[in-house]
Design a protein around this ligand. Structure first.
Ligand SMILES: [Ca+2]
Ligand SMILES: [Ca+2]
Length: 371
């Protein structure tokens, strides 16, 4: 007998698992949400549409920038310019005398300054050279212009100045016509660090202007640097009486001696291992710590920089060399990555007999990668 057997068409999707990111159609997975693969289980490449330019690499959808660059696309230099005045033509320095000036700002060194006149710095802030105006009989006004910088938003100008002389009238920084920094008169023979907030607008003129009358009217500047961050992201500590504090806690002693890097400095006191806790509350990410240190004798002991996360262990980031030269200010630059709640500490360790032989001065910490 013939028996009717109904034909049951097998569902081609019955045994196909397309997971959460695909639907089966005729036995084949059609993927959604950028997923690929037979079973729609290969996530899309988060870097597929991310362009990090020439100065960065994409990692997990965001750019990791090469040293010296910042920004979402790594297209912003971390340091806009720095003028150390150590070369006659400072290629990175974007300062130039205003056209038509009769009294120019000029690169000087202490060795070729006029002698016997009580004005000007007795040494450069760093290196051997600085930029200055020389007092003359009568009134002079000398203006430096910052080159037009492509960019907008908050910037911070860090300027070290020396205003030593009874003929000094003033040092001013202007943004357009707005006065953003103004210091009047003789300030003593020390280098002072100023942080000046700038808000850049394309085409807006920015100037540094020195005025003086009489031969004791030298004004000097050195290590002028423009950073593409707000001044809140920069700590400066010159340890002068009125200087802004850059630390939470310090058991170092503040002193002034003829060999200071500039004015007052911190000297390691009687305790054997004094620490200086830098106030990095407003910092996160790549940062750069720089300062000067000095040892009065060989084998004085060591200076170390540590970071410590809350509840974590101390991690050593830097240590001074045992072969450091003595009685000389040594500059140091230390890259530091600040994660959440990271404490940054400078610590000295010396024997009791060698106490008060180690000093630090002119600290600068910036929430930007080191140059
Ligand atoms: Ca210099
Ligand atoms: Ca100082």
């Amino acid at each position: 007998m013939y028996q009717y057997v109904p034909t049951i068409l097998a569902d081609p999707c019955a045994n196909v698992d397309c997971g959460d990111n695909g639907v089966c159609d005729g036995g084949v997975c059609v993927c959604t949400g950028g997923y690929t693969g037979d079973m729609c289980d290969t996530p899309s490449d988060p870097c597929a549409n991310v362009d990090c330019g020439d100065n960065g690499d994409c990692d997990g959808g965001s750019c990791v920038c090469s040293v010296g660059f910042i920004g979402d696309r790594c297209n912003k230099p971390a340091r806009i310019f720095i003028c150390t005045f150590e070369n006659r033509v400072d290629l990175d320095c974007m300062l130039s005398n205003a056209p038509g000036s009769s009294n120019l700002w000029e690169v000087q060194s202490v060795s070729n300054r006029r002698t016997g006149i009580q004005t000007g710095p007795s040494k450069a802030f760093t290196g051997d050279q600085f930029m200055s105006i020389e007092g003359q009989d009568g009134f002079i006004r000398s203006t430096l212009m910052l080159d037009d910088i492509t960019g907008s938003g908050k910037y911070c100008l860090v300027l070290n100045y020396n205003m030593n002389g009874r003929g000094i009238v003033s040092l001013k920084v202007r943004e357009g016509t707005r006065l953003v920094f103004h210091k009047r008169g003789h300030q003593g023979n020390s280098w002072i660090t100023a942080k000046i907030s700038l808000t850049l607008k394309p085409g807006q003129q920015k100037t540094i202007e020195g005025t003086s009358k009489g031969k004791r009217g030298n004004i000097a500047i050195d290590d002028v640097e423009l950073f593409p961050v707000s001044c809140r992201k920069i700590l400066t500590c010159s340890f002068e009486k009125n200087s802004q504090k850059c630390f939470r806690k310090a058991d170092w002693k503040r002193e002034s001696k003829s060999y200071a890097h500039d004015g007052y400095f911190l000297i390691q006191p009687r305790s054997i291992s004094p620490t200086l806790d830098i106030d990095t509350d407003k910092f996160s990410g790549q940062s750069c710590l720089s300062f000067f240190y000095r040892k009065e004798r060989a084998n004085t002991g060591s200076l170390k920089v540590f970071t410590k996360a809350q509840g974590g262990n101390k991690e050593k980031r830097w240590e001074s060399s045992t072969s450091d030269s003595v009685r000389e200010w040594i500059p140091v630059v230390i890259p530091i990555l600040i994660d959440n709640d990271h404490q940054v500490t400078i610590e000295a360790s010396v024997s009791y007999q060698k106490r008060r032989q180690l000093s630090i001065d002119s600290l600068l910490m910036v929430n930007l990668p080191c140059p």
